[in-house]
Design a binder for this molecule. Structure first.
Ligand code: GRF
Length: 210
């Protein structure tokens, strides 16, 4: 990027950037990197809201970045669809170009998928379609694969089955434990996710506004 292009990007008010919302459930390290990259104008999007479905450390991190962050929990007796309908209605208020799952532990159901078709992305700590679901790193170790990695994909009705947008390979060492492999993959996730989001925002035409 030329110096002038970089300068003009810095002058652009945030308001012209694509809007994203981030869904989390826990520590929020991917979310933190996305907020940091957004602040540095490397991620070409503005996060208008962080939502966690449970009390989470990530909510405090988001607030420290000055990003509105809310706990949005499932009510007792509420079905998955009812909850996702309520969530979709709240998220629509943000008018997001993209909904970004970052360690969000709920499987999204019809109301969310219909509200944001092809506009929900997730990151998963394996080379999908291998090892979907929980404990992907342990699954990889148990299977004995020598290469694992991470995948950014669109969210559909399945568990980590949506179209793959980006992947990176990570070597598995003979001495790896679930913890060491998870840490190595997570470092790569942090570098992959914001780049994949930029690419996808470009692909769907959301960057035209900026
Ligand atoms: C990451 O490993 C991500 O791939 C998976 O959940 C984990 C979230 O970690 N979907 P963090 O909350 O971003 O630190």
């Amino acid at each position: 990027m030329t110096f002038l292009a970089r300068l003009s990007r810095l002058w652009q008010p945030d308001i012209t950037l694509p809007r994203i919302v981030i869904l989390i459930s826990g520590r929020g390290s991917n979310m933190r990197v996305l907020l940091q990259k957004s602040r540095e104008r490397k991620l070409l999007a503005r996060c208008t809201l962080v939502v966690s479905d449970r009390p989470a450390k990530g909510l405090e991190i988001a607030k420290a970045f000055g990003v509105p962050a809310i706990l949005f929990a499932k009510n007792k007796g509420e079905s998955r669809e009812e909850f996702d309908h309520r969530l979709a209605e709240r998220l629509k208020q943000e008018n997001p170009d993209l909904v970004v799952c970052a360690g969000y532990l709920r499987i999204l159901s019809r109301p969310m998928l219909e509200a944001f078709p092809n506009r929900i992305v997730n990151i998963h700590p394996s080379l999908l379609p291998a090892f979907p679901g929980l404990h992907a790193q342990k699954q990889a170790l148990d299977y004995g694969v020598k290469i694992s990695g991470c995948t950014v994909h669109l969210v559909d009705a399945g568990v980590d089955t949506g179209k793959i947008l980006a992947q990176r390979a990570v070597p598995v060492m003979a001495t790896d434990t679930e913890e060491t492999l998870s840490r190595r993959i997570l470092a790569v996730e942090h570098d992959l996710y914001w780049r994949a989001i930029n690419d996808y925002l470009k692909q769907i035409g959301a960057l035209r506004k900026s």
